[in-house]
Design a protein around this ligand. Structure first.
Ligand SMILES: NC(=O)c1ccc[n+]([C@@H]2O[C@H](COP(=O)([O-])OP(=O)(O)OC[C@H]3O[C@@H](n4cnc5c(N)ncnc54)[C@H](OP(=O)(O)O)[C@@H]3O)[C@@H](O)[C@H]2O)c1
Length: 293
């Protein structure tokens, strides 16, 4: 099977390359000139917002499956740069759909618990979405495009991704470890809940979806439903750091630009039951990350 990964330099893209290239022939693409983590990867520059490029590239490659890890993931930035967020998260997906339409390739697209308002999480696949910020709105629109299309596709919603990858800009674990190691006090919200997801587990789940040709909508997340402050305390515990540098705060006090869902997170019963994927606890994932350092 030939697999194309878009946004492959990002956190999930890197793990997908790692897991999928052991079994399949994988071509990785992203915005930059090179693959940031591997010299052996077959890499090409591909901006998913440029329709002609996407159609030309995909139709020539004729992949059996496309895993779309490309996204504009800056939740606060999306409020300010709405056109960029729309172009990448919606138009980009539309381009991919159009490109694979005549090929019948399986398109796997990643979405988020931010399609929900956070009044009643963790959420099941059948719960009604109601995004409270622009990022969540664009991700919901991309889901709707796929549902309206007639291509074989899977939408995988996830939340609070973490793991050991080259791309560390948005890594919560990296931020907590680096700040607390240098004895800086950090304030972390204790009113935003989710089930933090080890990116390695999500990449394994995507491999299972590909293997089984499991179409439709799935939620994938971790075992523990916790708030971000509790997550930060788990991180300092596993990395042997001093918890006194981690202090609780609230979303209101932090004043983030974009509104956040408070009780987000995802129920993962469906993917567990149908595909038998492994769900990881925060502690076991963090320990594996520490051992792999
Ligand atoms: N991270 C989370 O906590 C989280 C939670 C729920 C859902 N998700 C979803 O999971 C997926 C993967 O997230 P992630 O954390 O791996 O994201 P990430 O680390 O931000 O990676 C996204 C990648 O896409 C690239 N990209 C941006 N615009 C592009 C374009 N026009 N064409 C091609 N590539 C483009 C980015 O490049 P640049 O860095 O150069 O812009 C980056 O390498 C996304 O769909 C995201 O919405 C993530």
């Amino acid at each position: 099977m030939d697999i194309l990964i878009t946004g492959a330099n990002g956190m999930l893209g890197e793990k997908c390359f790692e897991v999928l290239s052991e079994r399949y022939s994988v071509i990785v693409t992203d915005l930059s000139d090179r693959c940031v983590y591997s010299d052996r990867a077959t890499y090409a520059k591909l901006d998913i917002t440029i329709e002609d490029d996407v159609i030309g590239f995909v139709r020539e490659l004729r992949p059996d499956a496309v895993v779309n890890c490309a996204a504009y993931t800056d939740v606060d930035g999306a409020e300010k740069f709405k056109d960029i967020a729309w172009n990448v998260n919606v138009k980009g997906v539309e381009n991919l759909i159009r490109a694979v339409e005549p090929l019948g390739s399986h398109l796997i697209h990643i979405s988020t618990d931010y399609v929900f308002d956070g009044d009643g999480g963790p959420y099941k696949e059948g719960d009604p979405p109601n995004p409270v910020n622009y990022y969540g709105f664009t991700k919901l629109k991309s889901e709707e495009l796929l549902r309206r299309s007639e291509i074989p596709h899977t939408i995988v919603r996830t939340n609070v991704l973490f793991g050991q990858t080259h791309y560390q800009q948005a890594s919560f674990v990296h931020w907590v470890v680096s700040q607390v190691s240098s004895r800086k006090v950090i304030h972390v919200v204790n009113d935003q809940f989710g089930n933090p997801t080890w990116v390695d587990g999500l990449a394994e789940a995507i491999a299972r979806i590909l293997e089984r040709k499991a179409y439709g909508l799935y939620h994938y997340g971790g075992k523990d439903y916790i708030n971000r402050f509790a997550f930060a305390l788990e991180i300092v515990a596993v990395f042997g750091l001093d918890p006194k540098f981690v202090r609780p705060t609230t979303t209101r006090a932090l004043g983030q630009v974009a509104k956040r869902p408070y009780r987000g997170g995802l129920v993962v019963d469906k993917i567990k039951k149908e595909l038998g994927v492994r769900i990881y606890s925060v502690r076991e994932a963090l320990r594996a990350m520490k051992e792999g350092q």
